[in-house]
Design a protein around this ligand. Structure first.
Ligand code: ADP
Ligand code: MG
Length: 352
């Protein structure tokens, strides 16, 4: 007997699609941190509840949410950040799809507290249901900014919930690596992460002081010893692309002997992203100086906003670079020269 083709109800569709935006603890956290940065926060506190198993909370001192946006805050495809499709080529904010909060509501319990500068010290606590509808609004005291608390992650997706609990350790380390990357790149923003266990006191995991210098952030996060093993680099991308790549890379004698993807941080205009081809190029050049070693690298591509597309995947991490080939050529030509002096002084096979 032929089966009948029928539509999936819209709430189920939303729940299924939300799993693409929010696939784990790290992607939930990424969305919340980016919203805080977009709100011009200068201080962001990240709290893991029971190593993330119970949830996460992000508090910022940004703009706060205007009362006129309470109702639409968590509705799908509602954003205050772009108004027009042509804006997509000039995005300077992290967010623009208006999907994160609505997706979080579909799969978790979301509570927001917020106050704008006109309201503080009076604020409000907002609660949303699975469809992103505002269900309660309670006055509370709070300073300017926003706190978004996300608990009961994946409780509406039973199989995903099981996977989440099973993989929580791995997921937690991935989320910590993500916080590290924001700590490093967010110059001028104090980012501090805590763990709040179900038993015992809250502990500080890492943090930066909010200085404007990338090197200070690296020292805060990875320690002075590691930073002393790095060298700054700058690759001018002109004439192909009006921009440059700046960052820090381990000096060849401090290369890491194993595949160290977790020690490589790539950003485009401060946006953490996966750039496999660029990473591969960095590794290959590094290996021409010291075989089988991988660099610790922090690289920020400062390139025009119309030279890449960020809307390729829902998590916005996969970025399509319009001139990737030219970029790779540029790196090949110029990164090596930054190490040139060490070629003569460094002997990878010392006799003693
Ligand atoms: P997007 O970031 O793509 O616009 P989100 O679902 O992440 O979509 O957020 C929806 C809207 O909620 C944002 O456009 C912004 O107006 C508001 N918002 C979310 N988080 C914050 C925050 N921490 N501070 C101020 N406004 C926020
Ligand atoms: Mg967002």
């Amino acid at each position: 007997m032929a089966s009948i083709i029928k539509p999936i109800d819209k709430f189920s569709i939303h729940r299924i699609c939300s799993g693409q935006v929010i696939s784990d603890l790290a992607s939930s956290l990424k969305e919340l941190i980016e919203n805080s940065v977009d709100a011009n926060a200068t201080s962001i506190d990240v709290t893991f509840k029971d190593n993330g198993l119970e949830g996460i909370e992000v508090t910022d001192n940004g703009s706060g949410i205007d009362p006129s946006n309470y109702e639409s805050l968590a509705l799908k495809h509602h954003t205050s950040k772009i108004a027009d499709f042509s804006d997509l080529e000039h995005i300077v904010t992290f967010g623009f799809r208006g999907e994160a909060l609505s997706s979080l509501c579909a799969i978790a319990r979301v509570i927001v507290t917020t106050a704008t500068k006109d309201q503080a010290p009076k604020g409000v606590q907002l609660e949303y249901d699975r469809e992103g509808q505002l269900v309660s609004q309670t006055p509370i005291a709070r300073s300017v900014g926003t706190t978004v608390s996300v608990t009961n992650l994946f409780h509406t997706l039973p199989v995903r919930l099981h996977e989440f609990k099973r993989n929580i350790k791995r997921d937690y380390s991935k989320a910590l690596a993500l916080v590290q990357s924001y700590c490093v790149i967010s110059t001028g923003i104090r980012v501090v992460a805590f763990n709040d266990p179900s038993k015992g006191p809250r502990t500080r995991l890492m943090g930066t002081s909010g200085n404007a210098d990338l090197r200070d952030n690296l020292t805060n996060v990875f320690g002075a010893k590691l930073v002393s093993q790095l060298q700054p680099f700058e690759i001018d991308l002109t004439p192909n692309i009006q921009g440059c790549i700046t960052g820090y890379i381990s000096k060849p004698q401090f290369g890491l002997g194993r595949k160290s993807g977790d020690r490589q941080y790539f950003f485009i205009n401060g946006r953490p992203c996966t750039l496999s081809k660029i990473a591969k190029t960095f590794n290959e050049i590094y290996q021409s100086f010291i075989a089988n070693h991988y660099p610790f690298v922090i690289a920020n591509l400062k390139i025009p906003t119309d030279s890449y597309d960020v809307n390729v995947t829902p998590d916005k991490r996969t970025i399509y670079l319009h001139q990737e080939h030219a970029l790779v050529e540029n790196i090949i030509e110029k990164l090596g020269s930054q190490f040139e002096p060490s070629r003569s002084t460094y002997d990878p096979n010392p006799m003693v």
